[in-house]
Ligand binder design. Structure first.
Ligand code: NDP
Length: 376
């Protein structure tokens, strides 16, 4: 096929760069699982700036975002983020590579890279506006990358970066929590059995918080094993009634959305800086359906009015939480993992030929931790 990655040196640039073709799962259009295509003809993403590192991918994990993006979710806003000034020759995002998490090995570094060297084992969460990790190689800026925990295999490590960057960004920026301010803070996590929940429970316990979790009956053992102090089975009866009988919370971290925000405000301590932070926001859906300007304005208006209403009626803050790329944050998580305070929760593994089956698994819902794909 001629599709091999090789070291080449051209006259104008040294040092030698990896070039050629690689295998990847791509989509050429949005749709259901049938749009996923395996190819060995994707161009290797070579280093194009001094601060970039190129990584040979060993394992990838999937997130609900991958299934949503396969169907076109966020397409308008992500396209704007990829090419804000519309200067790219190619006016299309296709072929698009999905996959956000990766664990792998550094195979090339830009001249200005200071934290990584060839052969380093690394992990990262690839921003959704960049080409994803369901590929042999990914190129990222060094700020987005971190050294992988030594105690984990690539498969285990790949299960953590995206949910870790999301939880940290949401809990620190939205929830006002951090390592030194969480001791004995009461936090409620809804959706505790999924990718984000299983990570956030362990992070908050490592930070000394008191953690209450909602999940289905058959996940109670899992989340207790990860350290949750109180676990409520939302399928067994009126979980809101049970939560209302408990001491009030400092932070509600919502990974379920829907009507949760209607009852969660009343569970927070009034007029004491308590915060409701939800990961389920309408921003990308709005920009998809209404266009960039109207969608963003509509989402901004909705956020503002809910924030004002929550403050005036319940004395609590209403916030949206988002994933943010952050290698240094992953460095901190790496230390917690190496210290045995955070364990990977890998529910299912698939080979690189089984990527469509991995998507099917995710689409069924009811995740208990993460689904991982072995690449190398
Ligand atoms: P997962 O699919 O891994 O987990 C969701 C979990 O929630 C499952 O274990 C599910 O199990 C459980 N669940 C479903 N309904 C309820 C309920 N009513 N009460 C309690 N638990 C419930 O998703 P993630 O953890 O990766 O993400 C959680 C949410 O956050 C998703 O909507 C995702 O799109 C969003 N997200 C947003 C980000 C952002 O930047 N804003 C970034 C990352 C995630 P079961 O159904 O068996 O109970």
């Amino acid at each position: 096929t001629g599709c091999r990655v090789c070291l080449t040196r051209n006259m104008s640039s040294s040092p030698p760069r990896l070039q050629g073709c690689m295998s990847a799962w791509i989509i050429d259009q949005y749709g259901s699982n049938g749009v996923l295509k395996y190819t060995e003809e994707t161009t290797v993403p070579t280093i194009s700036s001094a601060t970039e590192v190129m990584i040979k991918v060993h394992a990838v994990s999937l997130n609900p975002l991958d299934v949503a993006m396969r169907g076109g979710y966020g397409a308008k806003l992500l396209k704007l983020r990829r090419d804000p000034l519309s200067v790219m020759d190619n006016d299309t995002e296709f072929p698009l590579i999905l996959g956000r998490d990766l664990s792998g090995v550094v195979v090339d570094c830009g001249s200005g890279v200071t934290h990584f060297a060839l052969g380093d084992e690394v992990w990262a969460a690839v921003p959704p506006w960049k080409q994803g990790s369901l590929a042999e190689y990914v190129t990222l800026t060094e700020y987005e990358v971190s050294h992988k925990p030594k105690v984990l295999s690539h498969i285990e490590a790949a299960s953590i970066p995206y949910v870790a960057n999301t939880s940290l960004s949401a809990l620190v920026n939205g929830g006002g929590l951090c390592r030194d301010s969480s001791s004995n803070k009461r936090v409620l996590i809804t959706g505790g059995s999924g990718g984000v929940g299983t990570f956030a429970i362990q992070l908050l316990k490592a930070w000394g918080a008191h953690v209450t979790v909602t999940c289905s009956q058959n996940a109670v053992g899992l989340v207790r094993g990860l350290g949750a102090d109180e676990v409520l089975d939302y399928t067994a009866g009126d979980v809101v009634e049970q939560l209302e009988m408990m001491e009030k919370f400092d932070v509600v971290f919502d990974g379920v959305g829907g009507d949760t925000e209607e009852w969660a405000m009343g569970l927070l301590k009034p007029w004491s800086g308590a915060k409701y932070v939800t990961l389920v926001t309408p921003l990308l859906l709005n920009t998809d359906s209404m266009g960039l300007l109207d969608g963003t304005l509509n989402a901004g208006f909705s956020l503002q009015s809910k924030a004002i209403q929550s403050l005036l009626s319940s004395g609590v803050f209403y916030r949206w939480g988002f994933y943010a790329p952050d290698g240094p944050a992953l460095d901190e998580v790496s230390k917690l993992v190496d210290a045995g305070k955070i364990l990977p929760v890998v529910e299912a593994q698939f080979s690189f030929t089984q990527v469509p089956q991995a998507f099917q698994k995710l689409e069924k819902g009811h995740a208990r931790g993460k689904t991982v794909v072995r690449v190398a």
